[in-house]
Structure formats: structure tokens, C-alpha cells
Design a protein around this ligand. Structure first.
Ligand SMILES: [Zn+2]
Ligand SMILES: [Zn+2]
Length: 131
């Protein structure tokens, strides 16, 4: 569920040399960026036409993989508010007694809760990465 929403909101900021995705928190406006993944053929120019095709396919495949990885990473940093259905960062998301909602909705509904994270963006060690 959350992953689906993240997929829809991720901004592709990939370059020819590396794959990277951004996500903006609508509440605080903070920009999150996935760990950049370098293209395996970065800096190498294809020598033949057929290599060019292969490099292109490789690029698309690795990009897809990097996208999946970025979604996995973002899951640890973003939360879907069930009230306003926005994807907000950990700093803007509160664990309330009955339901977990974003800061703005908590204010409106007069719920109090604890922040998911005040420690910034660091994901748990090894999270979202392949061994
Ligand atoms: Zn935020
Ligand atoms: Zn909300």
C-alpha cells in the first residue's frame, strides 16, 4: 500500500552515469534522495551499434532495479497518513494512541503522539540494501 504510493511519487533524477530518485515531503518540504546507484557501464562508450543496444537494455534494467531499491529505502523514511492520504516523512508523522497520522491531521483532530523519528534520515543499518 505505502509502496504503491511511493512508486507514484518518486521523482526520477537519474543521470546517464547513475540512478537516483527523489521524494519530497508535502508537510515540511524536505527533499529525500535515494542512495545513488552507479550504472555498471558508466563512463564506457559502446564501441559498436549492437553494444549500444545492449548498453541501453542494461541501463533500463538497472534503472528498474534501482527504482525498486529506492522504494524499499523510502519505506523507512516516509509514511502514508490515513486521514489526508499524503506521504509524509518520519519527522511529520506521529504515532498516536489510536491511530498513526501526520502532524497536521493530529493538530486538527487534537491527537497527540510521538514522532516516528527525530533522528533524521538515517535508515536502519542494511535496510533496503542487498547483502
Ligand atoms: Zn516532513
Ligand atoms: Zn494527514
Amino acid at each position: 500500500m505505502v509502496k504503491q504510493v511511493i512508486k507514484e511519487h518518486l521523482i526520477d533524477c537519474s543521470e546517464p552515469e547513475k540512478f537516483v530518485y527523489n521524494l519530497v515531503c508535502p508537510e515540511c518540504g524536505k527533499l529525500w534522495q535515494s542512495t545513488p546507484v552507479p550504472f555498471s557501464k558508466a563512463g564506457q562508450a559502446p564501441k559498436t551499434e549492437s553494444k549500444k543496444v545492449i548498453y541501453y537494455l542494461l541501463y533500463e534494467r538497472e534503472k528498474q532495479r534501482a527504482f525498486t531499491r529506492a522504494v524499499e529505502e523510502a519505506v523507512h523514511c516516509f509514511n502514508l497518513c490515513p486521514v489526508c492520504e499524503r506521504l509524509v516523512c518520519n519527522d511529520c508523522f506521529l504515532i498516536c494512541q489510536d491511530i498513526d497520522i501526520c502532524r497536521r491531521c493530529a493538530e486538527q483532530l487534537q491527537e497527540t503522539g510521538e514522532q516516528v523519528s527525530s533522528a533524521g534520515w538515517a535508515a536502519p543499518a542494511g535496510a533496503g540494501r542487498e547483502p
